[in-house]
Design a protein around this ligand. Structure first.
Ligand code: ZN
Length: 491
């Protein structure tokens, strides 16, 4: 059975392309990470889970993956232009904290909540504040190439010149005229030659706490700079995949492309991959809609929009049930359906583990692997992987009654396939088996003991057969003998 080749939708070419890494067997992937200004919230879940799925899948396919996801801990005026003061700086000033104390607190919260969601730690999580030297160097390269100018101690990117030589807007499909009318009047606008020029380095106002020395002024790098500088440092001038949420396409990723092309003479990333956004009851998530839900609230149910608490795996399963390029609406109804679906999936897998084996198989287990592999290779179609699993869960549930049968070899094959797709690649966990790190260890162990008991019976070793049954009963596992097998349950 030939493995299907991965087709990945490239935002840059607006079509699915066959994935070919630059270096055979190795993949470099950069994903824009969180800004650590506040508590992790629902908006963080989709990019984290989408690129975790891709990370896990590429590793399962045998690639060595270097996955870099940055931490934006340098304050940027652009993030809070309405208030005119950087959020970290403001919180730090009000609470007399070091800015790094605030950033560190939220970074740790982000990591804790991502771990609950089954999101694996990337290979490198570089902090913007730890790469000021690299960012200053990158700004210098852009100045040397002639695509930036200094104004009152700040450095701006010369979008018009760049657009003349290259083309600005290739990712988002915008042209300069669209952008002029879109650009809000921000602080420092008077220093720019054009409203669409963007800051590479900003001179810090006297009250701005986070600042670093540079050849131009005491200040801080522009927001887009950290991703160009850190992706180049850790993945090289040309790397495979750049990911992030669709909301980052413009201006952030557009500016990254312009910066990298200006400094290096070419774009850095080959495949630009963007996940779609989430909505809540049909609305964009935002403080003004009263539907801004933190992950802590999601997991404890403490928010007026939530009818109940939803477990991390319910949230993960819900996100994976939609294709990453589709919109996804959070509602109590949809989440409750996901909770039931996940429970049904886990129970079906338990039914497979518990199932007795037969002399013949009534269905083809190789098809589970081929159908999942085909769906995933088609631009990460996780909803099809999940619906395929449900097709087989229906069959697994019929094994104990003997309506379906599997040989020992096929049962082991099915178990390995389920392990690979449900647990390793989709990254789901059986939350009811938390004591073993989310992995259901009980079912295979009980099955192993009961298979040994079947052998003991066949050997007429009644003492051993009774001993196994009695010891399982003593730890709360009730064994029920059937005509040609057994069934068991935890009391
Ligand atoms: Zn970025």
């Amino acid at each position: 059975m030939a493995k299907p080749k991965l087709l990945l939708y490239n935002t840059l070419s607006r079509r699915k392309e066959a994935f070919e890494p630059i270096n055979e067997g190795r993949v470099g992937m950069y994903v824009c990470g969180p800004t650590v200004y506040g508590d992790p919230h629902l908006g963080h879940t989709r990019p984290a889970i989408t690129f975790d799925l891709l990370f896990r899948y590429l590793k399962a396919e045998g690639y060595k993956v270097r996955y870099v996801r940055n931490i934006t801990d340098v304050g940027h005026l652009e993030h809070d232009a309405d208030e005119g003061e950087d959020k970290i700086a403001k919180k730090a000033r009000l609470e007399q904290l070091e800015p790094m104390e605030v950033a560190h607190y939220y970074t740790e919260r982000y990591k804790t909540f991502m771990a609950k969601l089954g999101v694996q730690t990337p290979s490198i999580e570089p902090h913007a504040s730890g790469h000021i030297i690299e960012q200053i160097d990158f700004v210098k390269r852009i100045i040397d190439a002639g695509y930036a100018y200094e104004s009152n101690g700040s450095i701006y990117f010369d979008v018009e010149k760049y657009n003349h030589d290259h083309k600005y807007g290739i990712l988002s499909g915008r042209n300069l005229d669209d952008i002029v009318t879109d650009t809000r009047q921000l602080d420092g606008q008077q220093d720019k030659h054009h409203s669409y020029d963007f800051a590479l380095w900003k001179k810090a106002a006297p009250e701005h706490i986070m600042r670093w020395p540079s050849p131009w002024s005491d200040g801080f790098p522009g927001w887009h700079m950290e991703c160009s500088a850190m992706s180049t440092k850790y993945l090289g001038e040309k790397f495979d995949i750049h990911g992030g949420g669709m909301d980052l396409m413009f201006p952030h990723h557009e500016c990254e492309i312009a910066q990298s092309t200006a400094a290096l003479g070419h774009d850095s990333a080959r495949y630009w991959v963007h996940n779609n956004m989430i909505t809540i009851n049909g609305k964009k998530m935002g403080k003004s809609y009263n539907n801004f839900i933190t992950l802590e609230q999601m997991f404890n149910g403490d928010h007026p929009a939530l009818e109940q608490a939803y477990s991390p795996m319910t949230v993960r399963f819900f996100i994976l049930q939609a294709h990453y390029r589709s919109t996804l609406d959070f509602s109590n109804e949809a989440l409750q359906a996901a909770e039931k679906g996940l429970d049904r999936l886990m129970k079906g897998i338990e039914a497979l583990h518990k199932a007795p084996v037969s002399a013949s198989s009534s269905f083809d287990v190789d098809e589970i692997e081929s159908r999942c592999a085909e769906a995933m290779a088609d631009d990460l179609n996780s909803p099809i992987v999940i619906s395929t699993m449900f097709d087989y869960v229906r069959l697994f549930n019929q094994l104990s009654e003997g309506k379906q049968t599997l040989t020992a070899e096929d049962k082991a094959k099915a178990e390995a396939t389920v392990q690979r797709w449900v647990f390793d690649i989709l990254g789901l966990e059986n939350e009811k088996a938390e004591a073993t790190g989310g992995k259901d260890m009980v079912s295979p162990l009980v099955t192993m003991l009961l298979d040994m008991r079947m052998q003991a019976k066949a050997d007429k070793n009644w003492a051993l057969s009774d001993e196994i049954r009695d010891k399982l009963t003593a730890i709360g596992i009730r064994v029920k003998d059937r005509k040609d097998g057994y069934d068991w349950e935890i009391e």
